[in-house]
Design a protein around this ligand. Sequence first.
Ligand code: NAD
Length: 500
Amino acid sequence: MTTIQHWINGSATQGAATATQPVFNPATGAEQAQVVLGAAADVDAAVQAASAAFETWSESSLTQRTQVMFAFRQLLLDHEEELGRIISAEHGKTVDDARGEITRGGEVVEFACGLGDVLKGSFSDQVSRGVDVHNFRQPLGVVAGITPFNFPAMVPLWMHPIAIATGNTFILKPSERDPSAANFVAGLYQKAGLPDGVFNVVHGGKDAVDAILTHPGIEAVSFVGSTPIAKYVHEQATSHGKRVQALGGAKNHAVVLPDADLEFAANHITAGAYGSAGERCMAVSVAVAVGDAADALVAVLERKAREVKVGPGDRPGTEMGPLVTKAAQERVENAVTTAHAEGATVVVDGRGLKIDDPAYADGFFTGPSLLDHVTTEMEAYREELFGPVLAIVRAESLDEAIDLINANPYGNGTALFTASGEAARRFQRKIKVGMIGINVPVPVPMSYYSFGGWKDSLIGDSPIHGPEGLRFYTRPKVVTTRWPQPAQQLTAGFNFPTSN
Ligand code: NAD
């Protein structure tokens, strides 16, 4: 059986790790590899390699860094199918969906390719007689990324291209549930000409994370994952003097007004709820049906939920794969049971779904579930289920829907389906959520905007990638310059310097 190793200083290594953990194929339920679980010594080895590499990489020219990014982007495109299959085999999502995350992550590489332009500083001529001011930004040093299982390529790609292109060196601690994509990306960087030690991968769980959060050689930590861990990471890393960006969980609402095209809305909400088996931080998990929209919307959603093609992620035509682990499958199916017990109507019941092939009898499958008459007190509303369960909550008006969403502790994404520009404008101005779609169910921003929610979906103050990524991975310097002429008579004043 394969053992997935760390990637430190340009090669795979077992490191100091003695413990390993199984990696499953979620479609068959079979263990297919072991991944090493890193300890403090492995993180330290990665920091040593990254610190040494920083000395030269931070001195490399913008042209050299840009060339590496262009080459890396091309390699990502060339290997999209291969990487997509690696992701599908460990995560369970369809190969096409995995290719989609590589494409969206690749857009951040494109942003990083244009760094020469966006990293330009500014210059003020003659702020005082004979005095000019300019500013520029410099890299931080060794930075780390800790990432979740649900986007093993895209979420790390939100981080490392910008960190590396700005001159930092990077340590990735990917999810232990689908670790192979990280090593594959490390190989692509090497082929692209990135010097060894600039991009490193340390596998593992809490021990590896704790070593990152406390290591004095790491300047900044980017985290994406569940809210409790985001809070922990933010607290630990800031108390150890690091810059932190920490993105957490979500409960995303799609509001449907009676004037919306219900067929269109239901189509998009179905894809947003059940795509990737609901294991997306931007998945639609609650549909808020306003007024007269409710009964008709539920009828269309029911039809569409029953049409979703569930199967192994590498079977052509599959729209929804299995969940990532047996535990996730049990958690999601128990949540449907609890919803029923709490009084919700189970319109479509995904529990106990079996695939028509004995090879997948032990896979972690569950079908799409649709719950109606869900109230805000029920577990299915309060908890992030992170599975293919869509809850329908009914509201009398748009304002009631807005109040409901604003009272929810999460604020990652939300969508409004309507034909009214006035309603859309009111919604986007009043809603306390970071990413908003108007007739767009999964409004993931393009790479040249930044990604991040509000409230418990983002701990601290830094969204990720785009302009915020650039700011996060660099520190500003402001230089005030005077070049006196040799004959110039200048007296140095003892008062605080002002312009003249
Ligand atoms: P997770 O929080 O369990 O794990 C994320 C990372 O933290 C992993 O690398 C994991 O090894 C590490 N980790 C787990 N437990 C830890 C502990 N006790 N101490 C230290 N480190 C620990 O998240 P997940 O299950 O991998 O991913 C799903 C979650 O991520 C969902 O809540 C989802 O909403 C969220 N997510 C958010 C975004 C976003 O942009 N806001 C994007 C993707 C996923």
